[in-house]
Design a protein around this ligand. Sequence first.
Ligand SMILES: Cc1cc2nc3c(=O)[nH]c(=O)nc-3n(C[C@H](O)[C@H](O)[C@H](O)COP(=O)(O)OP(=O)(O)OC[C@H]3O[C@@H](n4cnc5c(N)ncnc54)[C@H](O)[C@@H]3O)c2cc1C
Length: 462
Amino acid sequence: MPLSEEPGLKFIIVGASIAGLTSALALKAAGHSVLVLEKEEHLCGADTIPSGGARVPPNGCKVLFDLGLEAEIRENAVVGEGLMMYTYNSEGKDEGWEYFGLNLWDPELLIEACGDFLQMRHRDLVHILYNATMKERGTDDQSGCLSGVVTILFDAEVTDIDCDNCVVTMRSGEKHTGDAIVGADGASGLVRKCLIKEHDSSRDDAFTGLAFYSANIAQSIAIGDDELTKLYQYPRSNMVTLLVGNNRGAEVFLAGKDRDIQLCVYTPDSPQDGSWNEKAKRDIREVVGPCNLLMQKLVAHAGPSTCVQIKDHCELNSWVSTSGKVLVVGEAAHPFPPISLHTCSVAIEDGAFLGKIFSHTQDPSRIPEFFNAFEENRCGTLAALTSFKLRRAMSTFMTLPDGEKQISRDAMMRANHAAGRNVLDAPEEDMHTLWENLRKVYGYDPADAADEWWVSWGRFRQ
Ligand SMILES: Cc1cc2nc3c(=O)[nH]c(=O)nc-3n(C[C@H](O)[C@H](O)[C@H](O)COP(=O)(O)OP(=O)(O)OC[C@H]3O[C@@H](n4cnc5c(N)ncnc54)[C@H](O)[C@@H]3O)c2cc1C
């Protein structure tokens, strides 16, 4: 379609992953034109790279269902019922590794949040979003509003951004101009780097000393092994198995149409500063260290893996450029550690919020105001999560080095289990704060929050 005929505002989105595609889908539904530029040749990179697991808690699940994706999501997801905790290695235990107990998701919380805990393959989630984004909707959607258009270009790496004039330059030298640029290019992305420079948010990302390996085991292979077959027996089939160890840990769950095993390992043996798009240089078998029989069986059958270092990223002073025309979303705005429970859902929420506020304007002069409203609202929402993240970061909890903290963590889980409680239950006053935080996080609806901003503020400034 010639540029002059494209409807609405012209958005350029850098990155076709979860945040970029959800934003594209929601902005298209709001009647705008979106050009998505993705540096990889294919969605999620080469097919030879294994897909990692993605966990989507109720707040993200609810948004995906509201976007009309429930059937595709249900086909590809396992609905998680909770966590099962074990020790990572079997040293000193007569009966193999120790079972600490269960942590079930509270059914009341799920009803209130209107969503499920989904266990998925990262690749499936991205493909579902892509297919929905590219689906032809005709000129009008069901509500009678004019639908926008989305164009996605692959092998389209952005190498330079002019924040004032809203121009991106690609590796090929080609330039694209829009009304606004949305950086959904991840924690190491160019748009994030531009904003770090512009707002002087300078602090180097700090390596935590742990890396995250991700690999798959196909169900057809797993069911040939006695130990791995147990992962397919209910209720374990609908739980995330967590293994906690000395500076090491693992998460294991089933996902995808074929219910393959997703294996995620935390390890200190991590010289490679790798990415989700390249194979790990060291074989996963070399980095697991002393581990229990389940882990030994898992890595024996695992295919190729990826290795991503866990970093403490610097906080951006602002998610919006000084020109007001460039915004970062998803990991580019607020990076989480890999496989953090919240990373996918907050990226999805970002896209949904962005699309919803922009359903209220087609006026380019209002872009800075809307981008700043996005930052103010989403920062406020994520504050509850940040404190939650700080207090209960699962990777830290699971990989505590042997010592005083590990002893009290294990004692807490044993005492909870013996008393018939969830293993992760904390003392009553802490539980109260925790539940309040969870209620806020899981009960949040980005479309409602965006409309609330519009009704309370946005509509008065037309
Ligand atoms: C291929 C892939 C696989 C992943 N697998 C897992 C997983 O298994 N488990 C997990 O916990 N997390 C995984 N992640 C990370 C996960 O997607 C994010 O943590 C989170 O879900 C939110 O993602 P995001 O969309 O904000 O950013 P990201 O998922 O990081 O996506 C950023 C996108 O921007 C693209 N990009 C970056 N720079 C440029 C540029 N200059 N020009 C154009 N495009 C650019 C990237 O190729 C990527 O597609 C994966 C990410 C990718 C890209």
